[in-house]
Design a protein around this ligand. Structure first.
Ligand code: GRF
Length: 197
């Protein structure tokens, strides 16, 4: 049986993309087949080159056109899509073409600190300013709004009064690296009825 082909959509550094690639490398049931970005200068392309993963940049306009994305996904036989630091909305028709097959990770406990403009350090800054005593990660299905789809998994970390946004970011990153690949693995196995080990 051919592997399940995954596309990772990323706009920035791509540390989660690399971590996910490493997790699945050596597996013959699931393969990272494409990295797609809206930014040609994103560091994720350098990582893709080093890891020998095909990577493409598409313009904002093309990424808003589901037919263009679907054509690319068909060329790479994409079955499942992972957002990892992708800053654009996913067009509705693409969501309909991949029902329950597009997931995102948000670096906070949704529904708090999500939505348009809430990404990267802005999220951790807002958490610290709120005085909340915890943050964490949320893995969720993607719908046509930012950070709004059904929640699949959340896990918390403590935030103390002395924590800076940088401290919170590193705690959250550690959770992302620990949980995102394995949760995605479970979702894919369930969705495609692969054998669970
Ligand atoms: C991560 O914090 C992720 O939760 C968020 O964007 C960030 C991407 O970081 N959606 P990286 O590009 O994977 O290093």
């Amino acid at each position: 049986m051919p592997p399940i082909h995954i596309a990772i959509l990323a706009s920035g550094s791509g540390s989660n993309a690399e971590n996910i690639f490493n997790y699945f490398s050596g597996r013959n049931d699931i393969e990272i087949s494409l990295i797609l970005s809206n930014k040609a200068e994103a560091y994720v392309h350098k990582r893709a080159e080093r890891l020998c993963i095909p990577s493409l940049t598409m313009s904002k306009q093309d990424l808003e056109d589901s037919n263009k994305i679907l054509r690319v996904f068909r060329n790479y036989r994409i079955d499942f899509v992972i957002l990892a630091g992708y800053l654009m909305l996913v067009p509705k028709e693409l969501i309909l073409a991949y029902p329950n097959r597009i997931v995102n990770i948000h670096p906070a406990l949704l529904p708090r600190f999500g939505g348009k403009g809430m990404y990267g350090d802005k999220v951790h800054q807002a958490v610290v300013e709120s005085g909340d005593s915890e943050s964490g990660i949320t893995i969720h299905y993607v719908n046509e709004n930012f950070d709004d789809g059904a929640i699949i998994f959340q896990i918390k970390c403590a935030v103390s009064k002395n924590d800076t946004p940088e401290n919170v970011a590193s705690k959250v990153h550690a959770l992302e690296y620990k949980y995102y690949p394995s949760i995605v693995d479970k979702i894919i196995k369930k969705e495609f009825q692969l054998s669970l080990d």
